[in-house]
Design a protein around this ligand. Structure first.
Ligand code: ADP
Ligand code: MG
Length: 328
């Protein structure tokens, strides 16, 4: 019905999907791995499973159709439609199949074995990302976001819990997940007041001003800061304080964790954490930023210095100590 469709585009939700929704019992086709809960949000549980016919591993996202007494099937259909739209993008998690159960929908997703980048963001500095890792992973995140923005999708919930890794040690590639808050921004209709996670939310969201692709770019600025330092730059003691920090752009660029970095890293972050959405760098511009260019611009001398600095604490020994300590 055309009326329903125009309603959906006004709210920025897609309402048509290509995947066929399977109504057979999920357990006929997949076995859930006992005790393997990969994550959970407010309305979803994600569990590791194995496809019986192929033996392949997947992540099954079980989503309740009713939330707080409201039918949310439309929102789930939108999430599926966005995953389909991004099927050709390597940086977005792949959707394998969809099942519908009496009270849930199940999205069978490509399994990202490395888990959330959140874990490395909050790790002790010696286990955390190195600047070179952050540059590579951010480039990949930006490739995914550039693809989405080109297709008029804004994610609106970019944070370390929604960026996964294909593997750890060696560090793999990123997969963007969770399109539950994402919206279409094409039809020059204004979208306001969709609330992501306080720490990563842009000033315009707090002020009920129009949301755009620039809203994601703010979150990427926060993400870059957290990945490089382990510090959440706007986090206050409570939500109120966090919101105040964001709207005043109360951020410290004087942290010692930042001093160690290429100055271009700070320039990169500053090009995103700008109050006016139209003044922020776009994903395409970020990909061209000097900090993220591939070529090694360190002189050989600087590289030597870096090497000797990082080997001043002999790594194998410290690794051995920590694994021994763990055993004790
Ligand atoms: P929610 O909307 O509830 O936040 P998400 O899609 O973000 O749901 O999934 C919740 C968590 O489940 C993620 O933060 C992640 O830890 C885990 N997860 C989600 N998808 C996958 C996947 N494809 N592979 C591995 N883990 C996943
Ligand atoms: Mg999530």
């Amino acid at each position: 019905r055309s009326r329903a469709q125009s309603n959906h585009s006004r709210s920025g939700l897609l309402c048509e999907i290509k995947s066929s929704i399977r109504n057979e019992p999920f357990s006929d086709h997949y076995s859930l791995i006992p005790g393997k809960e990969l994550g959970r949000g407010k309305f979803a549980v994600v569990r590791k499973c194995v496809e019986r016919s192929t033996g392949r591993e997947y992540a099954a996202k079980f989503m309740r159709k009713r939330r707080k007494g409201q039918d949310c099937r439309t929102e789930i259909i939108h999430e599926i439609a966005v995953l389909e739209l991004a099927a050709s993008c390597q940086r977005v998690v792949n959707l394998h199949e969809v099942y519908e159960l009496p009270s849930e929908m199940v999205l069978v997703l490509e399994f990202a074995a490395g888990g959330e980048i959140f874990n490395q963001c909050v790790a002790e500095r010696d286990e955390a990302f190195k600047e070179e890792d952050v540059k590579r992973l951010l480039r990949q995140i930006l490739e995914g976001i550039a693809f989405l923005h080109k297709n008029n999708v804004v994610h609106l919930d970019l944070k370390p819990q929604n960026i996964l890794l294909t593997r750890n040690e060696p560090l793999g590639d990123i997969k963007i997940v969770d399109f539950g808050l994402s919206r279409m921004v094409s039809n020059n209709q204004e979208i306001r007041e969709i609330m992501g996670t306080p720490e990563y939310v842009a000033p315009e969201v707090l002020n009920y001003e129009p949301i755009s692709t620039a809203t994601d770019m703010w979150s990427i600025g926060v993400l870059a800061y957290v990945m490089l330092t382990g510090i959440s730059p706007f986090l206050g003691d409570d939500k109120q304080e966090t919101f105040l920090n964001i709207s005043q752009i109360n951020i410290s660029y004087a942290e010692e964790e930042l001093e160690r970095l290429d100055k271009a890293a700070i320039h990169f972050i500053k090009s995103l954490l700008i109050k006016e959405p139209q003044d922020r760098a776009t994903a395409e511009e970020c990909l061209k930023h000097q900090w993220l260019q591939m070529q090694e611009k360190n002189s050989a001398e600087e590289l030597m210095k870096q090497k000797s600095a990082s080997t001043s604490i002999p790594e194998p020994v410290s690794a051995e100590i920590s694994s021994q300590q763990r055993k004790e």
